[in-house]
Design a protein around this ligand. Structure first.
Ligand code: NIG
Ligand code: FE
Length: 437
């Protein structure tokens, strides 16, 4: 008898694999060429998943039936009329915080800028005050609720930043909340980013905040990692005028790099102060935002293998000039997408992000999908196991009721209606019909 398997998906209409060549990241014209399988009138498509949650086979029903005729499956899913896509990977989020900032949305509609509000003690500072008062339990359950809402929009891996603590005590509290979610929540994979340098605490100067991060917070984070209490993946800094300048950002990022963290930071969002230039120079793994990046830096980023994470929700909410995404792609910088979920840009849905990226940043449908799957995985250093439907990779899928996959991006805001099921590591994490196993 053959080894029993966890799951057989059969009769699917389309399987969007992204790549079949084991590429770890796609750049330039490669972002336009995704691999996909289309069913034939008489033959649907199947995917087989083993007990470890890995993909074992992808192909036509007829071939898979033949090859696995002596295999038992714990679960079979009839995907007639459904398209199967890789689970989405949200490359940039700020999901642990309390309170809300709807009144600031009103202020922005009336003409206030992001920094008018921030410099008057609102924005991140206001969220920090609420977050400081919230208990770990409250923060965990609101995080869980947000991650579940992301799941229903097709997201199966999320990069999650701390950053609404600013003090050592509260930053550590946020990292513990993220660590608990990483260990306990099986419907999502979490990549944790320490972002203690998210704003200058009200009572401090930029230099004293930098000193506190270097001499207090990072040693504390490092101790917790050594003791196995935390598993932090990356370090982030908000490198921006009136926040952390280029030289302090460099120091913080390099200190994180020395600890073995990936460097993944905010630069060139509102003012061109040279943040991405410094990031390209230190070969940062990821630079987010890039609205103000220069042509010269784009070339250095491409040469040094930096991935650019684009955040269309923030550009949309703040009415920012779009980042030069076409130039970045043409120069060969791999592009990923993130929701940037935070109290300023309250969006949890990658299908909405992809739609906005197409319209605001002139990305093609294929580029937006690659940026939300394989390239987002690459930005988190996990594209050997995630981001495409290939044999050997994790079985993270979104099953969508659409004529062809493009409809999920085209039908703006309809993802709740279209997404029927989300599968994580081969088990059903979300089923719209409400049916259990
Ligand atoms: O990516 N730019 C810094 N961080 C967030 C905003 C955080 C906030 O306003 O609370 C961003 O846009
Ligand atoms: Fe952000």
């Amino acid at each position: 008898m053959a080894e029993p398997m966890q799951l057989l998906i059969h009769s699917a209409k389309q399987v969007v694999q992204i790549t079949t060549e084991k590429e770890q990241v796609l750049a330039g014209n490669q972002m336009k060429n995704i691999k996909l399988l289309n069913s034939k009138p008489e033959d649907g498509l199947s995917i087989v998943v083993d007990k470890k949650g890995s993909i074992v086979a992808v192909g036509f029903d007829s071939e898979i039936n033949q090859k696995f005729r002596n295999t038992t499956f714990e679960r079979r899913i009839d995907a007639s009329d459904l398209c199967v896509l890789p689970g989405f990977i949200d490359a940039h989020t700020h999901p642990v915080w309390a309170g809300d900032r709807v009144h600031e949305f009103r202020m922005k509609l009336a003409g206030a800028s992001y920094f008018d509000i921030h410099n008057a003690g609102g924005g991140i500072h206001l969220t920090v005050e609420h977050t400081k008062r919230a208990t770990e339990e409250e923060l965990f359950f609101s995080l869980r609720d947000r991650l579940l809402r992301m799941l229903r929009s097709g997201t199966t891996v999320v990069e999650c930043k701390s950053g609404y603590g600013l003090s050592t005590e509260t930053e550590m509290k946020l990292l513990r909340v993220l660590e608990r979610a990483k260990r306990e929540l099986t419907f999502v994979d979490i990549s944790i980013t320490y972002c203690g340098a998210h704003a200058i605490p009200k009572e401090m100067s930029e230099d004293s905040a930098t000193k506190m991060i270097l001499e207090e917070q990072l040693p504390e984070v490092s101790r917790a990692i050594r003791l196995g209490e935390l598993s932090v993946d990356s370090i982030d800094v908000f490198c921006e005028k009136d926040v952390f300048g280029v030289e302090n950002s460099r120091k913080i990022l390099l200190a994180g790099k020395t600890m073995g963290l990936r460097t993944n930071f905010h630069a060139d969002e509102i003012h061109a102060i040279g943040g991405s230039e410094m990031g390209a120079e230190i070969k940062a793994d990821v630079i987010s935002h890039l609205e103000k990046v220069s042509d010269e830096t784009i070339n250095t980023m491409a040469k040094n293998g930096c991935i650019g994470v684009m955040l269309p929700t923030t550009a949309y909410v703040l009415k920012l000039e779009a980042p030069p995404v076409r130039k970045l792609i043409e120069a060969g910088v791999p592009i990923a997408l993130g929701s940037d979920f935070n109290p300023n840009a309250f969006c949890l849905s990658m299908p909405v992000v992809m739609h906005l990226a197409c319209i605001l940043f002139r990305m093609s449908l294929e580029e937006a999908l690659v940026a939300s799957t394989l390239n987002a995985a690459a930005s988190l250093g996990i594209s050997d196991t995630h981001g495409s439907i290939e044999v050997g990779k994790k079985a993270d899928f979104v099953l969508v009721d659409v004529p062809t996959w493009e409809h999920l991006i085209y039908q703006f805001g309809e993802h709740d209606h279209l997404i029927q099921m989300v599968i994580k590591n081969g088990s059903v994490s979300y089923d719209k019909s409400g049916a259990t196993k």
